[in-house]
Design a protein around this ligand. Structure first.
Ligand code: SF4
Ligand code: SF4
Length: 293
């Protein structure tokens, strides 16, 4: 089966147990203002310019037959309405600054790739992690990919926001060894404001996964002033331990490098001033979610 991805991370150490190969599927129904993978949000064809690598030679502008490129204040700007995604600029760019983001891939090729890397990942207790974007946004592809990975005896992990119909989560249950599930904000209005969607389905699916006995690790991205408040962290802690005791919760420090990717896409980040929490503050925030609610 064919699906759409935007990246593959080799030998990843933060995407589940051990060393893993992480596959990032393209497309996500959420619009988290802090998203650190903006290139994976929208499904479909796209390209970006790594502005730091651009040597301003102008080759791409001369190459483009659709006149979709121009130089604006020393940076290449893409008119995506005009671009036909012919890749001529990508092929001609001498510094590889111009890059196509989307890739069509076959499940069997991904299984072959992960199998080759298994020599390194299996010894560490690792395997494959399906991430995104939101992997459940391509439900049939994700299901088939997980099935084929399991058939090849590869330990599987999925990173998900749980924002999908319950039937989709239920269908993948037998093929997932570890769920890494995000709970970002407990308050529904705040969730809508910062992610674009309600959290009702997410929380209800979490309860469903607990009832089904799925192996779960809850993760909370720490966004200063948004998710990283004492009230939100305590709220999530109480919700999780009130659903079932003993489910681990992990906090993920803010990634202050995400802003660069928005520039590559010709966008602006919601707050360029935000920085990751220093070690002491991080450990304070971690303690809040580790306390029993
Ligand atoms: S992919 Fe083709 S149409 Fe799009 S900007 Fe590059 S050269 Fe122009
Ligand atoms: S071809 Fe590449 S290096 Fe030259 S201006 Fe375009 S993006 Fe920059």
């Amino acid at each position: 089966m064919t699906g759409e991805i935007f990246d593959i991370k080799h030998f990843a150490v933060h995407d589940g147990p051990g060393i893993r190969t992480t596959i990032f599927l393209k497309g996500c129904p959420l619009r988290c203002v802090w998203c650190h993978n903006p290139e994976g949000m929208k499904p479909g064809r796209d390209l970006w310019v790594k502005q730091e690598a651009c040597i301003h030679c102008g080759t791409c502008i001369q190459t483009c037959r659709e006149q979709a490129l121009r130089m604006v204040e020393g940076e290449i700007a893409i008119d995506r309405g005009r671009c036909s995604f012919c890749d001529a600029c990508v092929e001609k760019c001498p510094s590889r600054a111009m890059k196509r983001i989307d890739r069509q891939v076959e499940t069997r090729d991904l299984v072959k790739l992960v199998t080759r890397e298994e020599i390194f990942t299996r010894l560490s207790g690792g395997g494959v992690t399906i991430s995104g974007g939101e992997p459940l946004y391509q439900p049939e592809f994700t299901l088939e990919l997980l099935k084929e990975m399991k058939a090849a005896w590869i330990p599987t992990c999925i990173e998900t926001s749980m924002f999908a119909p319950w039937e989709v989560l239920e269908s993948i249950l037998p093929y997932v060894d570890q769920f890494l599930v995000d709970i970002k904000l407990l308050d529904e209005e705040q969730h809508k404001k910062y992610t674009g969607v309600s959290n009702r389905q997410i929380l209800s699916n979490f309860r469903g996964l607990v009832e089904a006995g799925a192996p779960l690790l809850v993760r909370i991205p720490l966004i200063p002033g948004i998710t990283a408040t004492e009230e939100n962290l305590r709220g999530i802690r109480s919700f999780v331990s009130g659903t079932a005791p003993g489910i681990p919760i992990e906090v993920l420090n803010f990634n202050s490098f995400a802003g660069t990717k928005y520039r590559f896409l010709g966008d602006t980040y919601f707050d360029e001033e935000l920085r990751a929490f220093p070690a002491e503050k991080l450990s304070e925030l971690r303690k809040i979610v580790e306390e029993e609610g």
